[in-house]
Design a protein around this ligand. Sequence first.
Ligand SMILES: C[S@@+](CC[C@H](N)C(=O)[O-])C[C@H]1O[C@@H](n2cnc3c(N)ncnc32)[C@H](O)[C@@H]1O
Length: 203
Amino acid sequence: MQDIVKQGYEKGDYEKTFRQNKQPNTFEKGRLDAFLQELPKNAKVLDLGCGIGIPFDKYLVDRGIKVKGIDISKKHVEMARKNVSETEFIEGDFSEINFDEKSYDGILALYSIFHIHRDQHKNLLEKVYKTLKDGGVTMITFGTSGSEYGEEDNFCGSKMAWSTFEPETYKQFFQEIGFKVIEEKYEGNPGDEEYHYWALVRK
Ligand SMILES: C[S@@+](CC[C@H](N)C(=O)[O-])C[C@H]1O[C@@H](n2cnc3c(N)ncnc32)[C@H](O)[C@@H]1O
């Protein structure tokens, strides 16, 4: 699955289809401000599947947050380095990297977790929990459809793969792992092509 995803983002044009705006839209700004409100000054944030660094990482860096971004696409990492200078971006698969325990105040995973198989989603959330400092927060965008595995031939001009549970399962995972929910929002409406569940939770 990861090979399809990596190739898809290397070949496709995600920026042209989804990231023309350097600033977050009203919905995204609301979520970022809610995340920022929970972080200490000069917080350290890890962004899993950071993409091209805009609008999210740029918004945080401009507000004094120290961000480290990880992305499986070499092209996206190179673009992120240009878009958000003096910020560390590395190429890698976030499902395979182990981070130091209790090393970040905040962790983002925006529209990225659904690109690894859902059998790994609970493990990833447990890893996020371990990586956060006590009281740290994570904000994650999940799919809403509940699909074990799906492929599309023409996502931003290339083949792409997804796997997701429905939000109720993630809420159950949060409870089992020990996360406390701070904010839950739905982006879009049922039936929309882009319909996502955003959760902001605390360790
Ligand atoms: C839909 S884009 C979202 C990018 C960014 N979070 C944003 O919202 O602009 C998904 C990103 O996750 C990255 N990605 C997908 N699976 C990954 C993995 N296993 N490890 C690291 N990055 C991954 C892709 O390369 C892509 O840049």
